[in-house]
Design a protein around this ligand. Sequence first.
Ligand code: ADP
Length: 162
Amino acid sequence: MRKVIYPGTFDPVTYGHIDIIKRTIELFDFVAVTVAINPAKKPLFSVKERVSLLKESLKEFNNVSVESFDGLVVDYAHKVGAIGIIRGLRAVSDFEYEFQMALMNRKLANDIATIFLMPHEKYTYLDSSIVRNLAGLNSDVSDFVPPSVQMALKKRFRRKSK
Ligand code: ADP
């Protein structure tokens, strides 16, 4: 079984992430979507909330799992028996950071490949932080995130503005 992991912050999951996941399961047998616990970032949603929003958004797929992890991505890949790390590439602006990460991960674990996939062009300008900003300004984000995420954003910002 050819298994890969798709690590990220997913704060929150967007249709761009889901597009990458759909492309991944056409190429591999199983994808473990992994929410990174990054203490340097101050996320809007807790790890538990991000995992549960991903689970809800991906429930139609049976060859996808959602977990969280703490530590090195390559260690996690080894632990779950994955052969590679999936990352999404949107624009040239993603390239430098992704290039550095991919080469560092290869240095750490030569047996784990990083595989880049490009989303549909309609998602190339989309990222979680734009969605958070729009939702915070009460703008409609239904083109960018699944309904459960829309609801969670509404709730979160309603609470914040109180
Ligand atoms: P990270 O903090 O690891 O970049 P993100 O949740 O922002 O976490 O992104 C996780 C992965 O998904 C990254 O590889 C990123 O490039 C990719 N990604 C994010 N948004 C999109 C999108 N709209 N289309 C394609 N890939 C995306």
